[in-house]
Design a protein around this ligand. Structure first.
Ligand code: ZN
Ligand code: ZN
Length: 267
């Protein structure tokens, strides 16, 4: 069997998967989510180009505009019948097992794209490559990785890369983050902080904090909460690789539609 130009040991294969996981998580949580959807941060153009290419290569048919529009609709219609992926409405198991289908259904809706994709302009790279050929990027990446690492290793790495978005983001995050965990804010929906130490999902674990302060670059609000995404944002800002546009740090800065869950004080 063709073994590729670069021989990887089993440990190196695992390392490649781990690096891929980090890149996809950062591309999703920091670039697509905090930057493009909520404009809390602005990345340096070089990093923007990298993330766009990574998303093109490691997902099947996901474009920046689609991701942003579906996510913004989730915020606008959270946990109502119009929410694209609410476990409260659709049931947790449906979101866990069919999260990708729910996402694709919303992304195919022209009205959703028009209403919630506002401000996301598609440039030459989008119209000629990323959007036009959005299902071809992953196939190209499969061939490239098989050529580089051999058929077997290339396929396993590729399969893992392709599974991160649908299994973790579309299924696990959209499902559990509105069902399991604690709440700092009595927001009008069911969002929850899945875990106070946000490392595995780059800080998106602090989902209730995020729904209370959608435009904040920093998601941790209590001294015992940790947002690894915020740490990375600070480091990249030091190197001028991104600009921080907005930070809301305290529980007492919640939007006026929220109250503090543990005190009942109107914010
Ligand atoms: Zn949510
Ligand atoms: Zn959001």
């Amino acid at each position: 069997m063709f073994s590729g130009f670069i021989h990887l040991t089993p440990k190196a294969v695992l390392l490649a998967m781990a690096i891929s996981y980090v890149l996809t998580t950062v591309a999703s949580e920091l670039y697509l989510h905090r930057s493009r959807s909520h404009r809390a941060i602005t990345f340096h153009p070089v990093l923007c180009q990298f993330f766009r290419m990574w998303i093109f290569l490691t997902t099947f048919g996901v474009t920046v505009k689609m991701w942003v529009a579906v996510h913004r609709k989730h915020h606008a219609k959270t946990d109502t019948v119009e929410d694209p992926h609410s476990p409260v409405i659709h049931g947790l198991w449906t979101v866990l097992s069919k999260g990708v289908l729910l996402y694709r259904k919303a992304a195919r809706d022209g009205e959703v794209m028009k209403t919630y994709g506002v401000g996301i302009k598609e440039d030459w790279m989008d119209t000629h490559l990323y959007t036009k050929h959005r299902f071809k990027g992953a196939w190209f990446f499969l061939l490239a990785e098989m050529a580089l690492f051999g058929i077997e290793h290339g396929f396993y790495i590729w399969l893992f890369q392709l599974s991160v978005s649908p299994i973790w983001a579309a299924g696990f995050i959209n499902g559990f983050f509105h069902v399991v965990g604690y709440r700092n804010f009595e927001t009008r929906e069911h969002s929850r902080n899945f875990f106070p130490i946000g490392i595995i999902f780059c800080g998106s674990e602090l989902h209730n904090n995020h729904h209370a302060h959608p435009a904040s670059a920093k998601l941790s609000m209590r001294w015992w909460e940790f947002d690894s995404g915020w740490l990375l944002i600070r480091v990249l800002a030091c190197f001028r690789l991104l600009t921080i546009n907005r930070v809301e740090t305290g529980v007492f800065e919640a939007r006026d539609r929220t109250v503090l869950a543990d005190t009942g004080i109107k914010a």
